[in-house]
Design a binder for this molecule. Structure first.
Ligand SMILES: [Fe+2]
Length: 216
C-alpha cells in the first residue's frame, strides 16, 4: 500500500519483458502491477501460481446496450468509479491481464494502491453485497492474506457501512495512469489495487482484452 496520494506517475510505454518469470513475479509482488511488452507470456508468469481463464473483450457501450448490473449498464461510456473486479464473487480473480486490441485515440486505465490510512478504514468496513438475483450477504472490504491483503470494492453492488468512505475513496488520485499503446500488456493484482476507466466518447474505438487469473 502507498502512503499519501502524491506518488503518481504516468506510464505511456511498455518496457521489454526481459526478466525471468521469477523476477517478474517479484516485481509484481512489490508494485502490484506489471507493464510488459507483447512478448510477455502469461502462462510462464502464472505457472504454478494461478489458473488463466479465457479472455473477454471489453468495448465501451451506451447504457442501453449493456447488462443493467454491469458498470456499462450504470455508467455507459462515462467514467467508471474505482473498483475491484468480482467484488461480489466468493472467488474474485486475483489478477487481471489487460491488453489493447484496438485504439483510435489516446486513452488510459488508472490504478489506485490505497494508502495505509485508507486500508485501515477498509479493514473496518463491512459490505452489504447483493448479487444479480437480489440475494444479500455481508463481506469484509479488506482481509489480510498470507502474502498481503484482499480488497473488495464496488459500491454499486457492495454497499459499505462506513460513512464517507465512498466519496473519500472516489476522490483519491490514481497511483498510476497507464497510457495505452498497442503491444502492451498490463498485469494488475486485483486483490491489492483498484482500477477505473475514464470516459470514452462514441467516436473513440477502445477495445481491451481482459483475462482473469485465479489463485490456485
Ligand atoms: Fe474492472
Amino acid at each position: 500500500m502507498s502512503e499519501g496520494g502524491c506518488r503518481k506517475w504516468v506510464v505511456s510505454s511498455s518496457r521489454a519483458s526481459a526478466g525471468s518469470a521469477g523476477e517478474l513475479r517479484a516485481e509484481l509482488a512489490v508494485k502490484g502491477y506489471l507493464l510488459l511488452d507483447s512478448e510477455f507470456v502469461a502462462a510462464d508468469l502464472f505457472d504454478g501460481l494461478g489458473q488463466v481463464e479465457q479472455p473477454t473483450q471489453l468495448r465501451p457501450v451506451d447504457r442501453n446496450e449493456a447488462q443493467s448490473w454491469s458498470l456499462s449498464g450504470r455508467f455507459g461510456r462515462g467514467a467508471f468509479p474505482w473498483h475491484t473486479d468480482g467484488a461480489i464473487s466468493s472467488d474474485p480473480p486475483h489478477w487481471l491481464l489487460l491488453r489493447p486490441l484496438e485504439l483510435s485515440a489516446a486513452t488510459t486505465t488508472e490504478l489506485l494502491d490505497p494508502s495505509t490510512t485508507l486500508c485501515r478504514r477498509l479493514e473496518r468496513t463491512v459490505l452489504l453485497a447483493k448479487d444479480h438475483a437480489g440475494r444479500a450477504r455481508y463481506l469484509p472490504a479488506l482481509v489480510p492474506t498470507h502474502d498481503f491483503h484482499r480488497i473488495r470494492w464496488d459500491p454499486r453492488a457492495c454497499r459499505p457501512d462506513s460513512p464517507g468512505l465512498v466519496s473519500d475513496l472516489e476522490g483519491t488520485a490514481p497511483t498510476v495512469i497507464v497510457g495505452w499503446q498497442l503491444g502492451m500488456t498490463l498485469v494488475v493484482d486485483n486483490f491489492r489495487l483498484l482500477h477505473r476507466r475514464p470516459a470514452v466518447n462514441a467516436a473513440t474505438s477502445r477495445v481491451l482484452e481482459r483475462t482473469y487469473v485465479r489463485s490456485l
